[in-house]
Structures are given as structure tokens and as C-alpha cells.
Design a binder for this molecule. Structure first.
Ligand SMILES: NC(=O)c1ccc[n+]([C@@H]2O[C@H](COP(=O)([O-])OP(=O)(O)OC[C@H]3O[C@@H](n4cnc5c(N)ncnc54)[C@H](O)[C@@H]3O)[C@@H](O)[C@H]2O)c1
Length: 287
């Protein structure tokens, strides 16, 4: 199995910047591709900011931070990912965008390179089918925030070769993550379980006429959850939750997978949780 020394990351938004940070901290060269230089720079600043926080908290030294940032290069031309042994795509959650990217990447990288998508709710199979080499396409589903949450769901389709799957799995381990093996099924493992469960919790707010605080306290102190369901939705982002919910509902048709009306209204009102400063709870602006 080829050792991967350089990774391409397509999209340096919330997830791409987090994944890039994990890679450069693990000593891996990253080529980050954004659609324009300003967005690339914004991704670099995000990484810089979180690494600086790590230095303040004594988790890494200033020299380690500089070395990590030195491993990140920014490009806008997808062709510059040609030398990457693995490309992780973290662009918009849009099937056409991802299929176009994979079709293009397929003609750019070496035949031995692995192509991974970080999609939350799209079909990895349909993304793979945009390439001529679907056997080297996998899902690598990191969780937000990627530098903090250990899980990576490594997803195989019916096309995926054992070698591509094992390379992606081993790479996740090399990043210090906890990979799990999944098949390309709606919601994979965590979202398939968590999203309908969180929807149930939100429905209880109205059905049982209780407050978000009390639902959260109930699940923390009665079920030993480390965080209450309303606080968790605020952390995930109401928009992200609604999107995955709709995708699960469309794929599997169970009523409890459809986003509750309350969440649709919150999304409409821009109450997206921590990222917008308001959700079930109010938050200080993100620093
Ligand atoms: N946010 C989450 O909690 C979360 C968790 C797990 C997985 N995901 C998945 O990760 C992916 C990215 O989500 P996000 O929350 O980081 O989105 P985001 O909107 O924060 O970032 C997406 C970035 O991709 C860039 N982009 C779009 N098209 C591109 C292209 N063709 N080439 C290069 N860059 C491009 C955009 O400029 C943007 O910066 C989605 O597929 C999403 O479903 C998100």
C-alpha cells in the first residue's frame, strides 16, 4: 500500500479547513484548493487561528504551529493536485458540484491516487460514477469540528477496491483518528441514528410542552448524554441538520426523519445555532 505523503483538499470551508489542519498537524503536506485566492486565504487564517489557540493552551509549541502552517499550500487550479496520493473533497454539498469535481480530478491525479468525498448525505456511489475509475473512490466522513472529533466514517461503495478502502482507513488512523468501516447507505452510521433521534427530541418540545432547557437536562441527567439534544443541534447547525434530515427522509421515507416544523422555522429565521449566535440558545460571537 503506497504511503501518502501529500493530500489535496478541495474546499477550505468549515470542514475542509478542519481536515487540512488535522493533516498538517500530522506532518502531511496539504495542497488546499479553493475557488479564489481570498477564500483560500480565509481557510488558512482559520487554521492559523485554531493552531494559535492550541499554542495559548500549551497543546503545541510556536515552532510546531509554524511547521504545520508551512506544510499548507494554497492553489486555485485543480491541476495542481496532480501529485497528491489522496484528494479529500469538502466542497458544497451539491451532487452536481461534486460529480463535476470528481470527473475532473479523475483525469488529473495519478492512477494510484485515492479520491475521497466528505459528503454528509449524498450518495458516494453517484459521485464515484462520475469518474472512469470508481474503484478508487471512497467516502471519508469527518465530523465537525474535524480537529476535535475523532471519528471518521470510511465509506465503501460496491465499486470500491479493497486497496482503496484500506488505504483510506489506514490514512485516517495515521491522522490519529478513529475510523469505522461503513457501506454507502443513507446517513452512513452516525447520522442515520442521530438525526431521527434528535428530531424526536425536538418534537417532544411541542408535544409535551417542555422547554429546550428541560429536554436537554432530561437527556443529560436521565440518559447520561454529555450534551443535551437542543444544544447539540445548535452545535451541528440547524441548516446542516435540516439538510441531512431531508436527505434521509427522501432516501428512507420514515416520517420521523423529516425535519420538524420548528427546525424549518428556525432555519427560515436564520436561527442556525452557534454559527449565527442564536438557535435554541444564544451565543457569544464565534472567536
Ligand atoms: N458542516 C458540517 O457539520 C459537516 C460535517 C460533515 C461533513 N460535511 C460535509 O462537508 C462538505 C463541506 O461542508 P462545509 O460545512 O465545510 O461547507 P462550507 O460551505 O463551509 O465550505 C465549502 C467550501 O467549498 C468551497 N467550494 C465550493 N465549490 C468548490 C470547488 N469546485 N472547488 C473548491 N472549493 C469549492 C466553497 O468556496 C467553500 O469555502 C459538504 O459536503 C458537507 O455535507 C459538513
Amino acid at each position: 500500500m503506497a504511503e501518502i505523503s501529500r493530500v489535496g483538499i478541495v474546499g477550505l470551508g468549515t470542514m475542509g479547513a478542519g481536515i487540512a489542519q488535522v493533516c498538517v498537524q500530522a506532518g502531511i503536506e496539504v495542497v488546499g484548493r479553493e475557488v479564489d485566492p481570498e477564500l483560500g486565504e480565509r481557510g488558512r487564517q482559520t487554521i492559523d487561528h485554531y493552531l494559535a489557540r492550541g499554542v495559548e493552551k500549551g497543546r503545541l509549541g510556536e515552532d510546531e504551529k509554524d511547521a504545520a502552517l508551512g506544510r499548507l499550500s494554497l492553489v486555485t487550479d485543480l491541476g495542481e493536485l496532480a501529485s497528491c496520493g489522496l484528494v479529500i473533497e469538502a466542497a458544497f454539498e451539491d451532487l452536481d458540484v461534486k460529480r463535476a469535481l470528481f470527473a475532473e480530478l479523475d483525469g488529473i491525479v495519478e492512477p494510484s491516487a485515492i479520491l475521497a468525498t466528505n459528503t454528509s448525505a449524498l450518495s458516494v456511489t453517484q459521485i464515484a460514477e462520475a469518474t472512469r475509475t470508481p474503484e478508487r473512490v471512497v467516502g471519508m466522513h469527518f465530523f465537525n469540528p474535524a480537529p476535535v472529533l475523532p471519528l471518521v466514517e470510511v465509506i465503501r461503495t460496491t465499486y470500491t477496491s479493497d486497496e482503496a478502502f484500506e488505504t483510506a482507513y489506514a490514512f485516517a488512523r495515521r491522522l490519529g483518528k478513529e475510523p469505522v468501516a461503513c457501506n454507502d447507505t443513507p446517513g452512513f452510521i452516525v447520522n442515520r441514528i442521530l438525526i431521527p433521534l434528535l428530531n424526536d427530541c425536538v418534537r417532544v418540545l411541542d408535544e409535551a410542552r417542555v422547554s429546550p432547557e428541560d429536554v436537554d437536562r432530561a437527556m443529560r441527567f436521565g440518559a447520561n448524554w454529555p450534551i443535551g439534544p437542543c444544544a447539540l443541534i445548535d452545535l451541528i447547525g440547524v441548516d446542516v441538520h435540516v439538510h441531512v434530515s431531508e436527505a434521509l427522509h427522501a432516501a428512507l421515507g420514515e416520517e420521523r426523519m423529516a425535519p420538524p416544523q420548528r427546525l424549518l422555522e428556525m432555519q427560515q429565521a436564520g436561527q442556525l445555532g452557534r454559527k449565527s449566535g442564536h438557535g435554541f440558545y444564544d451565543y457569544e460571537p464565534l472567536s
